[in-house]
Design a protein around this ligand. Structure first.
Ligand code: AMP
Length: 552
């Protein structure tokens, strides 16, 4: 027997319809990519202009299922293209401009993008890749005619001309909620990048899950600034969450440095924001140097890589801002766990709470997770036993676009038990808090035991004079691998090997102590702002540890 409730497909066009209907004048403020000044729009205007985008796309022959790509910052125009394309059943493909031009071209070809919208900052990338993308029928610069970049590419048009004259009403939705809505490629640190194809249903369910009270908990009185880019897994759902709840949106455009982030926070009275740790290192350094403090900020979501203890303490202890540590991945839409505390933690002392917050957190409704050994046997929830972290849920990928990386004959990328293997190694404690101990490929295997590179990095980054820290395994004749600590000093600082190792003493198991320390000018970061371990391993592939020489 079926229930007798209405059929209301979960499609994302309803999200912006809801915002336009209920919060039409709630502001969307953007730091203009062209001028750097703040410009103001609102949900009503973005809705009308998104409809113009839909009409312009239809006129260009874009059909349901066609891929429409963006190479763009977080701006109100990006949001218009986003909803304008998804609303008519086209697939909005966010390209990551931080990748190398050749990788972007590879991805755009693989996705068979039909049109590409780009911010003028990325005109050099467009100039470099246009000739390699014969299937692209048009390039739309997200600007007006006055700021159109002088690039020699065919079929170039300014966005304002692209939408001009089109009606501000267009039919949206009316298709199956399982229709593809968005496409986002994984960073491809192992092998070719793989396309994650979100559906309307998965996006709507994920946004509802991400905005539960114990997850983001954002509301109509919030001012939300997604610093995490829309090209990084839907700006962690904020592109859907903010219009769903009527929060004011502050879109930072191309300026993500400490001073610009601070100016946005203060001038727009931001209450809630989200970004990877590297952005926060920049903001916190700026606050300290200038003896400033955020005055309206209440909560920050930090994820993408582990929150360094120093960052957590600075926000919570120095500025009274709640840190929500998040873990997830492109394949999970991306939210997997959030570090909101439980009554047991609130009843405990501050240091216990800090320790709990450093863990990656617990699953919201819609995510199931388990930790297993190589044979698939469950590991106990004791906070110590670690193993492969597997997940399942309605907003988690079951297959990659065009069946890339398939593990079964159905083209799916799942384990025999139906779960997705995250590639992370983790523990789960008695209260259900998960802690990543490493990426499966980054753990350091020393004498048959595993050392977590992330744990050492998080502590080392808090040492005096350290701007960033990375730990990689170096081949060792006796132990198989031993850790090497790589330090990027703060400008003007030169911490010594002895000082750094002393700092780690007592904070990690003795046998985890790095066998050597090297200072580098810059630790390389990947396209999503995380430490590029692959590049570091390449740089140090012939490195000989002093302990290795002694053991030979
Ligand atoms: P991506 O799909 O590019 O977002 O990368 C996902 C991966 O980033 C995860 O599988 C983790 O290895 C890592 N990651 C994300 N968030 C965290 C976190 N809070 N702590 C540690 N690793 C994280």
């Amino acid at each position: 027997m079926f229930g007798l409730m209405q059929d209301w497909p979960l499609t994302v066009d309803k999200v912006l319809d809801h915002a336009k209907q209920n919060f039409p004048r709630r502001e969307i403020v953007t730091r203009s990519v062209e001028t750097g000044a703040l410009s103001r729009s609102n949900y009503g205007t973005v809705w009308r202009r998104a409809k113009q985008v839909s009409n312009a796309l239809r006129e260009r022959g874009v059909r349901p299922g066609d891929r429409v790509a963006t190479l763009a910052w977080n701006t109100e125009r990006h949001l218009e293209v986003w909803y304008g394309a998804m609303g008519i059943g086209a697939v909005l493909h966010t390209l990551n401009p931080r990748l190398f031009p050749d990788q972007i071209a590879w991805i755009a070809n693989h996705a068979e993008d039909k049109l590409i919208f780009f911010d003028i900052t990325f005109a050099p990338i467009v100039a470099a890749i246009a000739a390699k993308l014969p299937q692209v029928e048009g390039w739309i610069a997200l600007t007006d005619r006055e700021h159109l970049p002088a690039v020699e590419i065919p079929n170039l048009i300014a966005y304002e001309d692209f939408i001009a004259g089109h009606a501000q009403e267009a039919a949206w939705g009316g298709f199956d909620e399982n229709t593809a809505a968005g496409l986002c490629y994984t960073s491809g640190t192992t092998g070719d990048p793989k396309g994650v194809l979100y559906s309307h249903r998965s996006n709507v369910l994920h946004a509802l899950a991400a905005n539960q009270t114990d997850v983001f908990g954002a509301g109509a009185s919030d001012v939300v600034m997604p610093i995490v880019p829309m090209f990084h897994a839907n700006a962690w759902a904020i592109s859907f969450v903010a219009p769903m709840c009527g929060a004011k949106l502050v879109m930072p455009g191309a300026k993500l440095d400490g001073p610009s982030v601070y100016e946005n926070l203060e001038s727009e009275k931001v209450t809630f924001t989200a970004a990877v740790p590297t952005v926060w290192l920049g903001l916190l350094a700026f606050l300290r140097e200038n003896k400033l403090r955020p005055t309206t900020l209440k909560r920050v979501v930090i994820g993408g890589s582990a929150v360094p203890e120093a960052v957590l303490r600075a926000f919570e202890e120095d500025y009274g801002v709640e840190v929500i540590h998040g873990w997830g991945m492109t394949e999970m839409s991306p939210m997997g766990t959030l570090g909101k505390l439980l009554p047991e933690h609130y009843a405990a002392d501050h240091e216990t709470q800090i320790k709990a917050k450093l863990k990656q957190g617990r699953v919201p409704f819609t995510v199931e997770m388990k930790v297993v050994d190589d044979e698939g046997n469950l590991k106990p929830h004791d906070g110590k036993s670690f193993g492969r972290l597997l997940v399942r849920g309605p907003a988690i990928a079951r297959a990659y676009f065009k069946s890339a990386g398939a593990k079964n004959e159905k083209g799916e990328c799942l384990e025999p038990c139906g779960f997705f293997d995250t590639g992370d190694v983790a523990t789960i404690d008695e209260l259900g808090l998960m802690q990543i101990t490493d990426r499966a490929k980054d753990v350091i295997k020393s004498g048959g035991e595993w050392i977590s590179s992330i744990d050492i990095e998080n502590i080392a980054v808090g040492a005096p004079g350290v701007a960033n820290a990375a730990v990689i395994g170096i081949a060792h004749p006796k132990w198989d691998e031993r850790p090497l600590l790589i330090i990027e000093p703060q400008p003007g600082a030169s911490p010594t090997r002895e000082q750094l190792l002393k700092f780690l003493e007592g904070k990690i198991a003795k046998w985890w102590t790095p066998d050597d320390v090297v200072l580098v000018e810059k630790i390389p970061l990947g396209a999503t702002g995380k430490i590029n371990k692959l590049a570091l391993r390449e740089t140090f592939k012939d490195y000989k540890l002093p302990t290795a020489q002694a053991a030979e």
